[in-house]
Design a binder for this molecule. Structure first.
Ligand SMILES: [Zn+2]
Ligand SMILES: [Zn+2]
Ligand SMILES: [Zn+2]
Length: 339
């Protein structure tokens, strides 16, 4: 499949490219037109499926049959890679992580390894590949950022092998407070509770760089309104289309909410099993507005202007902070009534 590239001029005047049709490891080469952009920021979808990858074993629906015939349409578990400056940050090393990074490295020989990892939550499809994070640039002490209430379980599951001082691959855990900014290279990152689980917090990450803001929310039942403020693109949970299930908001509701908040474009990821071909799913998404369906290898790239504009105004963040996040012990029902 030939990669396609679309060029946009954003509200802040920077140029944004969207590439689709490139799948790590499928033998396609990336369009080289971006290589001249030394100060670019990129977000690559390494995987875009919900908890079970596509095609599903034993299923011969149009979605699974098409993915079996046409390799670029296969979906591995949701994960993204952010690159900018010297940083290469992975959000969620799921069970397909080793495969995803091998494919990515084959396409990007200049890639030197991860500099850090962020976790949204501890479900299998988002964390099971932590042992396979072998492409580390700083193996002596690789930082992992995760909300504080995830640390105990994370240590119980992984630390005997990878957390001890002197381990061959050592990780250092950093906490995240809801809506508090964490500066990592050119990125300012904030975590927002998504009310996906009751056993531990699940967060969406809002990423700002070069005067733009993206929101990555692969598993979400709801979001604080502040998470969507001035967001250019929201990359959201598409596990279920119109049916509300425990822990996952339906796509129809999420899209409506994002567009009402002024989000310019919505991307669907963590895509569920709809039994539709790619064209059918894209058409269904377009009926909701400016909505795109991410595929494995899709990439969003934007440049950092010479003088980056001031960051979006977040003065409302503190006001909503206590009310809006389960990290503070507020339930989803209570958060909805507060809004
Ligand atoms: Zn998930
Ligand atoms: Zn199927
Ligand atoms: Zn989950």
């Amino acid at each position: 499949m030939k990669p396609t590239k679309t060029l946009y001029r954003t509200r802040c005047g920077s140029i944004l490219f969207v590439i689709q049709g490139f799948t790590p490891g499928d033998g396609n080469s990336r369009d080289g037109a971006l290589s001249f952009m030394s100060r670019s920021i990129s977000l690559t979808f390494l995987g875009t499926s919900s908890a079970r990858r596509s095609p599903r074993m034993g299923c011969f629906c149009p979605q699974c049959s098409e993915a079996r015939r046409h390799r670029p349409l296969r979906r591995l578990r949701a994960s993204v890679l952010l690159r900018g400056g010297r940083e290469s940050l992975l959000i969620d090393p799921g069970p397909d992580h080793g495969l995803q990074m091998r494919g990515y490295r084959e396409q990007r020989p200049e890639f030197r390894g991860l500099t850090g990892i962020l976790l949204t939550h501890l479900h299998f499809d988002h964390v099971a590949g932590l042992f396979d994070t072998t492409h580390l640039r700083r193996p002596a002490a690789t930082p992992i950022w995760a909300p504080d209430d995830q640390h105990g379980r994370l240590k119980a599951a992984f630390w005997p092998r990878i957390g001890k001082p002197g381990s061959r691959r050592r990780y250092v855990l950093h906490g995240m407070q809801p809506e508090e900014p964490v500066e990592i290279g050119p990125f300012t990152i904030r975590a927002y509770c998504t009310f996906h689980t009751s056993s531990h917090s699940t967060v969406a990450y809002r990423v700002e760089a070069g005067g733009k803001a993206l929101l990555y929310a692969p598993d979400m039942a709801d979001l604080p309104q502040t998470a969507l403020r001035d967001v250019d693109r929201a990359l959201v949970d598409a596990a279920f289309w119109s049916r509300s299930t425990k822990g996952h908001a339906p796509v129809t509701q999420t899209v409506k909410r994002c567009l009402a908040a002024g989000v310019r474009e919505v991307w669907l990821t963590h895509v569920g099993h709809y039994g539709l071909t790619r064209d059918q799913l894209r058409a269904r998404a377009r009926r909701l507005g400016p909505v795109r369906v991410a595929e494995d290898g899709s990439e969003i790239v934007w440049n950092v202007p010479a003088a980056a504009p001031a960051r979006p105004d977040f003065e409302g963040a503190a006001r909503h902070k206590e009310d809006s996040c389960a990290l503070s012990g507020i339930s989803l029902k209570a958060a909805r009534s507060i809004r």
